[in-house]
Write a protein that binds this ligand. Structure first.
Ligand SMILES: Cc1ncc(COP(=O)(O)O)c(C=O)c1O
Length: 431
């Protein structure tokens, strides 16, 4: 099987002939992934932010089985069903009161495409076709489809590979003000200048609230988000918040935008929505935006085949129920406290530039670029699954992780980074 994988199956951002062997996972339960040799390793990544309750969760398995016995899929054009209606009710209930409409899609990137379409159609339906650009941020990440790529960081994103075919958007300086830092207006100057110069052609601003994820794992001040929102209002530009990574408790609030007192026009959610069981995402928006789009008889032009898939919606309902009934705030707070204490020791390593923690997210930024060929086997050997990128070694474990499992994970981080430092020094001194 592994030979077939190597010859035929493409993996994310990887050459067709992989540089290293894939880990072969046979099953998963709790926070553990089981490998083919029977070894169990702790998943420090929650399978890219999504598996908040851990794997093989009885409540989610039960919801899936129950829904399978009724129908696993039905088209959403001209048809509706209970799992979608219940999920829409819950999501609109727990999110900002300004959000009254919801569009289901099948992945985070597609929910971003839908958000961009909403923003463009809102202005164009009212005759303003000039507002066709998006103001995005350096170090932002919003997905891999074309619209989403066009609002990702133009340097670390995939603009260089697709430049000729990407929509030309406008980029502002990334948020530099740290989460707890004292606010200074200088941090918003570049954004304000861009808005001032281009607002007549900008349909919306898109930003990941409080944590810029895959573009650099940067945690920033709620005051920055608040100023972004105020300026959007002042310049009549819509505000899209991408909660795909941060939503559902990860930062210590149910939605990261709750750290700041902001009213978004459009919000994207995905990843943890189904507890990591199936791919499902949603774009939430206000009555004002939908009425604006529908002025002159227009409708939002999107409709994926698997829109509001009943199986995924039923699992999402069970996942949200499980989350909301659990002591998730305490769990995330405890993870945060433990990460702050235990990752701090990484700061004693010369190769470590900075440690940052918010909620159930721990980031160790290095002075050197990481190297998967080094890190992957070293982490597996230590009994953990951690997948660094750029110069970032980061973890966002499932919320159900125990104190001792988290201790295992943070110790592994320290030891592997320490080994990397020795390996790098050895290499450097041998050059
Ligand atoms: C903030 C953010 N937006 C959008 C996406 C894209 O989501 P998906 O991979 O489900 O398309 C991601 C994925 O990592 C993300 O972190």
């Amino acid at each position: 099987m592994k030979a077939f994988d190597k010859q035929h199956i493409l993996h994310p951002y990887a050459p067709s002939v992989p540089l290293a062997d894939m880990e072969f996972v046979t099953s998963a339960s709790g926070v553990y992934l089981e490998l083919e040799n029977g070894k169990k390793i702790i998943d420090g990544m929650s399978s890219w932010w999504s598996v908040i309750h851990g794997y093989n969760v009885p409540e989610l398995n039960g919801a899936a089985n129950k829904q399978l016995a009724k129908m696993s899929h039905v088209m959403f054009g001209g048809i509706t069903h209970e799992p979608a209606i219940n999920l829409a009710k819950t999501l609109l209930d727990i999110s900002h009161q300004n959000l009254e409409h919801i569009f289901f899609s099948d992945s985070g990137s597609v929910s971003v495409e839908v958000a961009l379409k909403m923003a463009y159609q809102y202005h164009s339906s009212q005759g303003d076709k000039q507002k066709s650009k998006i103001l995005a941020f350096y170090k932002g990440y919003h997905g891999d489809t074309f619209g989403a790529m066009s609002v990702c960081d133009p340097v670390t994103g995939m603009h260089s590979a697709f430049e000729a075919v990407l929509h030309k958007n406008i980029f502002a300086q990334h948020p530099e003000c740290r989460f707890d830092a004292v606010w200074d207006e200088k941090y918003i100057e570049d954004f304000q200048e861009k808005l001032d110069a281009h607002h007549h052609e900008i349909a919306a601003v898109i930003i990941e609230p409080i944590v810029q994820g895959a573009g650099g794992m940067r945690i920033y001040s709620p005051a920055f988000l608040k100023r972004v929102e105020e300026l959007c209002k002042e310049y009549d530009v819509l505000l899209i918040l991408d909660e795909i990574a941060t939503g559902f408790g990860r930062t210590g609030k149910l939605f990261a935008y709750e750290h700041a007192d902001v009213t978004p026009d459009i919000v994207c959610v995905g990843k943890a929505l189904t507890g990591g069981y199936l791919s499902l995402a949603a774009t939430l928006t206000s009555k004002k935006i939908i009425q604006g789009i529908e002025a002159n008889g227009n409708v939002l032009m999107h409709g994926p085949t698997f829109m509001a898939n009943p199986l995924a919606c039923a699992i999402a309902n069970a996942s949200l129920e499980l989350l909301l009934q659990s002591p998730w705030q305490t769990r995330v707070k405890n993870i945060e406290t433990q990460l702050k204490t235990q990752l701090k020791q990484c700061e004693s390593l010369a190769i470590v530039k900075e440690v940052r923690v918010l909620g159930a997210i721990g980031v160790v930024e290095l002075h050197e670029a990481t190297d998967l060929a080094f890190f992957t086997p070293a982490f597996v050997q230590q009994g953990v699954w951690v997948r660094p990128f750029l110069n970032l070694v980061y973890i966002m474990p499932p919320f159900i992780i125990s104190e001792s499992e988290l201790k295992h994970l943070t110790s592994a981080l320290y030891h592997v980074i320490q080994e990397f430092q020795i390996y790098k020094n050895f290499k450097d001194s041998s050059c």
